[in-house]
Design a protein. Structure first.
Lengths: 281, 309
């Protein structure tokens, strides 16, 4: 059993990888008619950094008890996570040929662990994964294990009261081994997240709940790196990284257009999106 | 029963270092002695049951055996979605304890009554549903639940429930126990309310009516073998007694089962439970049982009505 990070890649290479992942997510969304495309495209860099630079993983033995854990609390971004896990080597890319097909385990949300290597929890019911992540973090403290737990939340997800229940308990229990990342793309299913519920100031809310809070550009890998370094140095409280992102990032006609929460690209749109991504490498 | 729970979970936590007790800000001094032996394995999760239940799932997936404890409405329907997804879908090994079930907190009103928990939780896969009748049955069920994989819900009373069983009795998950013999009628009961049936059986005996009493502390899984044995005894009727709604509880569960097994001599079932209504005129548990006709007199009255019909 070997735990390792994948440190060799440079920031340029990670950026290139982000482009490649985006292209695959677009293709799958188009062919299998999988929604939540905008929500997938906004968190690509965060996921890439976590899986290639940040987390200690054991690809050969995904259940290694000492591994770091990642929970996609915004479970509707599963289509991008499935691509990340395949690219990282948890399973072959071929398996994703079944994505969205009848009878496949690869559909719109992460299923119960055991069906897809690398999936830690079934998420999709918003707010749920974050509390599970805290349970895993407190378990590490009780069992005196060193692993860290990461949860990716959406801004819309912060509507859920349970997020704030969890935030308070994490702070009172000094869950320094828990890091939350908020994919703050400013949209939720039917509108601007800050107008549906008063999220702002999101950073101040988390600080007042007893967390260390860092605000970054969620597409800037250098800033992502610095924020995790800061989280890792924390020994008395959990850290939240409020990552300002753009919904639909990478494709100009999808960026900041909330129609792409539910829409899937037709053939022409897919072609245009892929060309644009190719040109921007 | 809750004191028996506190004592047993302390014993288990001494023997095993994977037990973690999660409380929803309840149990005031009851867990002091637990905290003495495992302070780092007790977490007061506050009045935030949804978070507590999901958190327990995360702990279970990390190799711990969390035990979630709070008042029944708040550890069941308040966090139903977290039970369904966190506990049941992940088949997480969580022990969920609902205290003050049924009418145990009768004076506290409908906010603290729980008549629907069994009905709702029965439709969730992977979840064992238990309603022990006394502290000894509870202890046996706890010990078993803590070594089985997957989630278990145990619905317990409050305090002062009389003991029916001895600790040495053969008790446990999926086990029925015939408490009173009799050949005319069979009463199947679950939870501490079965005491009413035991007393009723003795009263009826003096009137030459034989009421057998079968304790069924395990709603899911059912002890099908025992139930099949009882079918063969050809009672005049079965009465199912529970401090739970007549909709969806043990009575409904037995009816579903009888329908599924499709036997020729299936007994007629009479459900004796809480009608589908909120209770406005409050009082002690005994008062409300009497008002609803689910106490000793209510049972005797029903038996005589069946005879006269």
């Amino acid at each position: 059993m070997t735990l390792s990070k994948f440190d060799e890649m440079t920031i340029d290479e990670l950026t290139e990888l982000a482009c490649s992942i985006r292209k695959r997510v677009l293709r799958t969304s188009s062919s299998a008619k999988i929604p939540h495309l905008g929500s997938c495209l906004s968190c690509v860099e965060i996921l890439i950094y976590l899986y290639w630079k940040e987390m200690l993983l054991d690809i050969q033995n995904p259940n290694n008890p000492e591994r770091d854990r990642f929970l996609l609390s915004k479970g509707h971004a599963a289509p991008v996570l499935f691509q990340i896990l395949a690219e990282r080597g948890f399973y072959s890319l071929d398996r994703l040929n079944l994505f969205g097909k009848d009878g496949s385990v690869f559909h719109e949300h992460p299923p119960q662990p055991g069906y897809i290597p690398g999936i830690e929890a079934a998420t999709g019911s918003l707010g749920h994964g974050f509390s599970m992540a805290l349970g895993m973090a407190l378990a590490a403290k009780i069992k005196r294990q060193d692993y860290k737990v990461y949860a990716l939340l959406s801004d819309g997800e912060c509507n859920e009261g349970v997020i704030w229940e969890c935030a308070m308990l994490a702070a009172s229990n000094q869950a320094f081994n828990l890091t939350a990342i908020i994919d703050y793309n400013k949209w939720q299913a039917t509108g601007r997240s800050n107008s549906i519920m008063a999220l702002e100031s999101l950073l101040d809310k988390w600080i007042s709940f007893g967390w260390d809070a860092i605000e970054i550009d969620g597409h800037d890998i250098y800033q992502i790196e610095k924020s995790f370094e800061s989280a890792n140095s924390n020994q008395d409280r959990p850290t939240v990284i409020v990552a300002n992102t753009v919904k639909g990032k990478g494709v100009s006609f999808m960026e900041d257009d909330n129609n792409w929460h539910y829409r899937t690209p037709d053939n022409n749109e897919l072609r245009a999106a892929l060309i644009e991504l190719e040109e921007n490498i | 029963m809750r004191n028996a729970f506190a004592k047993e979970i302390r014993e288990q936590a001494i023997k095993r270092n994977d037990i973690v007790l999660l409380s929803g800000d309840i149990g005031n001094r009851m867990f002091d002695s637990y905290k003495e032996i495992a302070p780092e394995r007790f977490i007061n999760c506050g009045i935030a049951e949804a978070n507590m239940m999901s958190l327990a799932s995360g702990m279970a997936l990390s190799g711990l055996r969390p035990v979630v404890y709070t008042i029944t409405p708040f550890t069941t329907t308040r966090c139903l979605e977290q039970i369904k997804i966190g506990a049941a879908y992940h088949n997480a090994s969580i022990l969920i304890i609902g205290t003050g079930s049924g009418l145990s907190y009768s004076e506290l009103g409908p906010t603290h009554h729980s008549f629907e928990d069994i009905a709702i939780l029965r439709s969730i896969p992977n979840l064992r549903i238990l309603a022990p009748s006394d502290s000894n049955e509870l202890i046996h069920q706890m010990r078993e639940a803590l070594v089985l994989d997957g989630p278990t819900y145990i619905r317990i009373g409050k305090k002062g429930e009389p003991n029916i069983f001895k600790e040495s009795d053969s008790l446990g998950i999926g086990k029925a126990n015939l408490i009173c013999e009799g050949s005319d009628f069979l009463l199947i009961g679950t939870g501490p309310i079965i005491n009413e049936a035991i007393i009723a059986s003795n009263i009826l005996k003096s009137e030459d009516i034989e009421l057998a009493v079968l304790n069924l502390g395990s709603v899911s899984p059912l002890d099908e073998e025992s139930l099949r044995r009882e079918i063969k005894k050809n009672y005049k009727a079965w009465i199912v007694l529970e401090e739970h709604s007549i909709i969806g509880g043990l009575g409904s569960s037995i009816l579903d089962w009888l329908n599924d097994i499709n036997v020729n001599n299936a007994p007629r079932i009479y459900k004796l439970g809480i009608p589908n209504t909120f209770i406005h005129n409050l009082g002690k548990q005994a008062y409300i049982r009497k008002e609803l006709g689910i106490d000793v007199n209510g049972i005797c009255k029903l038996v005589k009505k069946i005879i006269s019909d």
